[in-house]
Every structure is written in structure tokens, then in C-alpha cells.
Design a protein around this ligand. Structure first.
Ligand SMILES: Nc1ncnc2c1ncn2[C@@H]1O[C@H](COP(=O)(O)OP(=O)(O)O)[C@@H](O)[C@H]1O
Ligand SMILES: Cc1ncc(C[n+]2csc(CCOP(=O)(O)OP(=O)(O)O)c2C)c(N)n1
Ligand SMILES: [Mg+2]
Ligand SMILES: [Mg+2]
Ligand SMILES: [Mg+2]
Length: 321
């Protein structure tokens, strides 16, 4: 269907741009950090310590999600989660979200309602709100979210601070969303544990500021794959990282799914993205906070190795590859 397809009362075209904006904004309760919410040319958000953390990630139908795999509500939750995970990965707390939405004219208006409901549900998990956005017509469903966050007085944890001798630790799931993607890709809808992980990630938002307070020297969220994302820390910090397989547990659930599909669960753990676990480096093994698992060390050199050996397969997702 063309983006300017005929109007119908149940479609976004029938409800219209401003009717739709009214539907997604009315009755929403903003957090205290929202000084001026949707409805004006821009929103006003408090920056308690004078600094704003800002990030954006775009999700495209068919690339990041499929509407026959996920409900609109799940897509909304995921779109917000992947953005708030980047805020957490800086050691910050999400405060506000700006939502750019493109969809074809014949999109049911209720799909946008459900998408918006999912976004607000996930935002509530971290105490953030949707303070503004934009709606346009286009060929497929596209969601572009900008998340803002607050460091609450702490220093940002960048990708560039890892030091030789640091330990590498992770908080959150690894390989679950990749297992879910493999299951969905083969036309199955269960087991729901891994399919659910692909539909809606559960980033450990609070672990970001927790790691910052514990003295994390570098941090990243695992969106593309553990090896790929630790690779960004390695490049930015000018160091190498070695992971230890014996420290990287493969959950029995992932083992089961992998045996059923004839896949390698360790590959999901090492290279599967989309769980948005947080991976960080800490100077002292005893300083690794509760809830984090040590998985390796920072060494001299470059790149990320596993048990001292370069990984032979692609390290994670890369667009256009
Ligand atoms: N079009 C762009 N203009 C400026 N910076 C960009 C653009 N696209 C990506 N970046 C920046 O490149 C870095 C890496 O991007 P990306 O891999 O998408 O980060 P993440 O995985 O944390 O979402 C980020 O700092 C991001 O802001
Ligand atoms: C339909 C569909 N196909 C493939 C995937 C797998 N996938 C899409 S994007 C992605 C990686 C993360 O996305 P990206 O846009 O690179 O996020 P960023 O690293 O910028 O946060 C993965 C594993 C998916 N989630 N859904
Ligand atoms: Mg990105
Ligand atoms: Mg990231
Ligand atoms: Mg991201």
C-alpha cells in the first residue's frame, strides 16, 4: 500500500496526524523531570546537574522487528528499551524520550495506540516519559527514538577508559534474543522464554549507574553482539580483551533450544545482540558489583579473543553486511 493510500476511519489516514498525536499524548503522566511535555514546538526537560546524556536508535520493520512476530505493544517496548539501554551504558538514568514515527496511510490507528502504550510501559520501568515526537507517512513502519538521560552528578562511563589488568564483567542476558530470532526465523513461536527475549529485551537499566558508582572504567550495551560491542571498547581504549569460555555460562534453556535447532548456543552468547546486557570493565575483581558476572580480562594489544584465540565467525550484527 502506498503511504498516501485512501482514508478510512480506522486507519492513521482517517484519524489524521493531529488526531493521532492527541491519541498518543492524552492522559499520559509525565515524570517530574518533564518541565514541558508534548504540544509545543519543543519540550523542556530538567537536567539536574546541568548535563544531558542523549542517544538515538532507529528501528525499521523487517530489519529490527516483524509485525507477524511481535505485537505493536512489544515493538514499542523494544524501541524504548534499546534506547534506554544506551543511556544506562553511559552510567546514566533515562529521563525523557522523543519518538519519531513513520507508517503507511493504511496502518490501523489502534496499531499506533498499542505501540505508544508499549513505549510508555517500558519508559515507566526506568522512570522516563515520552516528551515529544513526530509522525510522518512512509512505506513501512519506522521508529526513531531519541532518549535523554541524567548522570546525577556522576562521571559518564565511556568506551575509552579500559585499562590493562581490568576485569571484564557483564550484567543481563546474553544469547537469548539471538536464540529467539533463530526460533522465529524457522517459523516457530516457542519456547516463549527465548522468543519473548527477542520481542522485548530486558536491559538491566539500574546496573548502569551501579557500575559507574562501582568505578567501571568503560561500559557498553550489547546490541550487536558481545564480541562486536567489546570490540568497540577495545578500539576506543586502545587495549585488547580476552574472554574465558569457562566463565561464560550457557544457560540450559539456550542449550535446549540450540540442540533442537542444531545450532551452537555459545555462538549466540558470544555474537548475539539485542539482549542489551551491559558489559563493563572494572579495575579490581573484588569491586565487580553484585549481579555482574566476570567473564574475562583486559590485556595488552588489540581485538577481542576467546580463551586467547581470535573468533573465527563474525563478531555480531552489522548493517549492510
Ligand atoms: N548519522 C550519525 N551521525 C553522527 N553520529 C552517528 C551517526 N550514526 C551513528 N553515530 C554514532 O556512532 C556511534 C556508534 O553508533 P552505534 O553503533 O549505533 O551505537 P549503539 O550501538 O550504542 O547504538 C554512536 O556514538 C552514534 O551516536
Ligand atoms: C526481522 C528481524 N531480522 C533481524 C533481526 C536481527 N537484528 C536486527 S538489528 C540487530 C542488531 C542491533 O541493531 P542496531 O540497529 O545495530 O542497534 P545499535 O547497535 O545501533 O543499538 C539484530 C541482531 C531482528 N531483530 N529482526
Ligand atoms: Mg545505535
Ligand atoms: Mg550501545
Ligand atoms: Mg543502541
Amino acid at each position: 500500500m502506498r503511504p498516501d493510500a485512501p482514508q478510512n476511519a480506522d486507519t492513521v489516514a482517517g484519524v489524521g496526524e493531529f488526531g493521532l498525536i492527541r491519541r498518543v499524548t492524552q492522559g499520559r503522566i509525565q515524570p517530574p523531570s518533564t518541565l514541558l511535555g508534548p504540544g509545543d514546538d519543543a519540550a523542556v526537560v530538567a537536567a539536574p546537574d546541568g548535563r544531558v546524556v542523549a542517544t538515538t536508535d532507529v528501528l525499521v520493520e523487517g530489519v529490527h522487528f516483524r509485525l507477524d512476530w511481535s505485537t505493536p505493544e512489544q515493538v514499542g517496548r523494544k524501541a524504548v528499551a534499546v534506547n534506554m539501554a544506551d543511556i544506562a551504558a553511559m552510567g546514566a538514568t533515562p529521563t525523557a524520550l522523543l519518538v519519531g514515527l513513520g507508517c503507511p496511510a493504511d496502518t490501523p490507528a489502534t496499531l499506533v495506540d498499542e505501540l505508544s502504550a508499549g513505549m510508555w510501559q517500558e519508559a515507566a520501568v526506568a522512570g522516563a516519559g515520552v516528551v515529544g515526537g513526530d509522525m510522518v507517512t512512509c512505506e513501512t513502519l519506522v521508529i526513531s527514538i531519541t532518549a535523554l538521560g541524567s548522570l546525577n552528578g556522576a562521571a559518564p562511563v565511556t568506551r575509552a577508559g579500559a585499562q590493562v589488568g581490568d576485569v571484564v564483567a557483564v550484567c543481563g542476558r546474553l544469547g537469548w534474543a539471538a536464540a529467539g530470532l533463530a526460533v522465529l526465523g524457522r517459523g516457530f513461536r516457542s519456547p516463549v522464554a527465548v522468543v519473548g527475549a527477542q520481542r522485548v529485551p530486558e536491559p538491566p537499566y539500574a546496573a548502569g549507574p551501579q557500575a559507574a558508582a562501582a568505578g567501571a572504567t568503560a561500559m557498553v550495551d550489547v546490541s550487536d553482539g558481545l564480541l562486536a560491542d567489546l570490540g568497540h571498547i577495545a578500539v576506543a581504549s586502545g587495549i585488547g580483551i580476552d574472554l574465558r569460555t569457562d566463565l561464560l555460562e550457557v544457560h540450559p534453556r539456550l542449550q535446549d533450544v540450540a540442540s533442537a535447532l542444531g545450532a551452537d548456543p555459545r555462538h549466540w552468547v558470544l555474537t548475539g545482540g539485542e539482549d542489551h546486557a551491559l558489559a563493563a570493565t572494572f579495575p579490581d575483581p573484588r569491586g565487580v558489583p553484585e549481579g555482574w558476572r566476570t567473564i574475562g580480562t583486559v590485556r595488552h594489544g588489540s581485538g577481542v579473543t576467546v580463551d586467547g584465540i581470535a573468533y573465527e565467525k563474525p563478531a555480531g550484527w552489522e548493517h549492510w553486511r
